[in-house]
Design a protein around this ligand. Structure first.
Ligand SMILES: C[S@@+](CC[C@H](N)C(=O)[O-])C[C@H]1O[C@@H](n2cnc3c(N)ncnc32)[C@H](O)[C@@H]1O
Ligand code: SF4
Length: 488
């Protein structure tokens, strides 16, 4: 698709919105051929306090032009008003050509709750609901979801401030590679041979980071051990990492201490006992789907029974909170099977259930094997996430955490649901830039956060991506981190 915009229009935003309607489209660079023949031109200007915008969309056999006359309200900056007018005009043009609605309307960002929070600060819940539907063109279901998540997020945000922080520890190894995954994670004997050295290095870094946190006078809210699959570590390795954390910091004073088990085929009773002994308060065991045919297709290398057995062990381990991850819209799944998965998981009664929408990630094996997946029918994903919302809410689960990614089937969202009193805190703190997160290990990011009134300053420091680089090179970041906090 070739896009031309007049001055002052954010072209990247126009592209993101078009991508929601036309999956997998490419935007040719100057000398490249415009392969799909789609052409969009957008023109906008301000006159007499109003924004006028027109969007013209041409296909090989059709042309539509949509015009918007937008009256900004007193709270909007000119830039924001321009974006809304442009969004509405492009949306209407794309909608007419594709004959589709996008449930998130003109909101393309990762966190719709950010926009919703601004509205809830200025308007009542009812007014916010109306604005989300009329101005941002959200479906009623998404407007309702955005409001519920925003309200719960704000309760979680009340539990932190700039004097608090969290720690993320990365274990980027997995028993095998799932076809849909593009997370930084490594499977295979050669890489597994690095694990003993990797564990030693992590332990040293955990101690150093904790000393630095003490020096900076910060209080730790959450520790999150994620991956990959952290329970891929054998019992001795897991115990070594957990005991290093236990002896360096006051684990019992943490608000949350998560171990992302993930793959049921890596969870053993002995590992669970170790986790409980060292204070783990939240653990994930993830089925993704309870359909053996789909599990095989996506390369999970475990069965439904393996998940149920692992879940039983986790349930008996007396770890406070259990999370299960599901994916809606998986290739090969159907609505009936997803519905049965949700119903079965609800009957197991985990404290947290996270419903992801299948996301076609560029680096994932599945896309290399089947390019048509981009255009996969999104009705399954829409029906699935709506079913999950209704079933979970009617069983007392509350949506508390949400983010969107590019290239999800149906442009849908990922939502964390929780039983009352069990909100998963780390994910919300991380996603909302609530406080500083120290990342330890290959692929981990340290995110330094400082609030000044309404403004939030962020500095990201990236660790090496690959375990062998992480082992080879001791990145010294203390000076940079202290410099950031000195300016507080
Ligand atoms: C960091 S991954 C690791 C979890 C763990 N290794 C596992 O596979 O069970 C966290 C979650 O992201 C979700 N996820 C990963 N790739 C995805 C994709 N392409 N589309 C949707 N969800 C995805 C899965 O639900 C997964 O459990
Ligand atoms: S989905 Fe989980 S287990 Fe599968 S490759 Fe990705 S991180 Fe590893």
């Amino acid at each position: 698709m070739k896009i031309t915009v007049s001055e002052g229009i954010n072209k990247t935003y126009a592209q993101s919105l078009c991508m929601a309607f036309f999956h997998g489209i490419k935007f040719p660079q100057r000398d490249e051929k415009n392969e799909d023949g789609l052409e969009l031109s957008v023109n906008a200007y301000k006159k007499d306090d109003k924004i006028y915008c027109s969007a013209t969309l041409k296909t090989s056999d059709d042309i539509v032009q949509k015009e918007v006359l937008y009256h900004p309200n007193e709270l909007e900056t000119e830039q924001r008003a321009m974006k809304t007018a442009v969004g509405q005009a492009i949306y209407n043009a794309c909608r007419q050509i594709t004959k589709r609605d996008i449930e998130w309307g003109i909101l393309t960002g990762i966190r719709p709750s950010k926009v919703c929070a601004e509205l809830l600060n200025a308007y009542s819940v009812e007014q916010t609901y109306g604005i989300l539907i009329e101005k941002y063109l959200l479906s009623p279901e998404k407007a309702r979801l955005a409001i519920a998540v925003t309200q719960n997020e704000s309760l979680i945000m009340d539990r932190t401030n700039d004097n608090r922080c969290s720690i993320y520890i990365s274990i980027p190894f997995c028993p095998s590679r799932c076809t849909y995954c593009s997370f930084i994670s490594y499977a295979g004997k050669k890489l597994f041979d690095l694990i003993p050295a990797y564990v030693d290095r992590l332990i040293a870094d955990i101690k150093e980071t904790n000393s630095l946190i003490k020096e900076l006078g910060l209080t730790i809210s959450c520790v999150y051990i994620g991956g990959g699959t952290p329970t891929v570590l054998n019992e001795a390795q897991l115990e070594a990492v957990l005991s290093a954390i236990y002896t360096s910091l006051d684990v019992l004073a943490l608000d949350e201490f998560t171990l992302e088990g993930g793959r049921p085929d890596t969870i053993t009773e002995a590992k669970l006992q170790i986790a409980k002994k060292y204070g783990i308060s939240r653990i994930s065991v993830n089925p993704q789907t309870l359909n053996d045919t789909v599990l095989e297709k996506i390369g999970r290398r475990h069965t439904v029974d393996d998940f149920l057995n692992a879940y039983k062990k986790v349930d008996e381990s007396e770890i406070d909170a259990v999370n299960t991850d599901l994916i809606a819209g998986l290739d090969g799944d159907d609505f009936e099977s997803f519905k049965q998965t949700v119903d079965k998981i609800i009957s197991l009664s985990p404290e947290n259930i996270t419903v992801h929408t299948f996301c076609v990630k560029k680096s994932a094996q599945i896309l290399r094997d089947d390019k048509a997946i981009y255009n996969k029918e999104d009705k399954l994903a829409r029906d699935s996430v709506n079913y999950a919302y209704n079933a979970l809410v009617s069983h007392g689960y509350e949506p508390y955490y949400m983010y969107r990614q590019k290239n999800t089937v149906g442009n849908l969202e990922n939502v964390g649901y929780s039983k009352k009193g069990y909100f998963g805190l780390y994910n919300v703190f991380m996603m909302s830039d609530a406080h500083t997160v120290f990342g330890i290990g290959a692929g981990a990011t340290t995110k330094l956060v400082r609030h000044e009134g309404e403004k939030c300053q962020i500095l990201r420091i990236f660790s090496h991506k690959y375990p062998y680089e992480y082992l080879r090179d001791d990145q010294k970041t203390d000076k940079q981190i202290k410099g950031f906090f000195d300016r507080r």
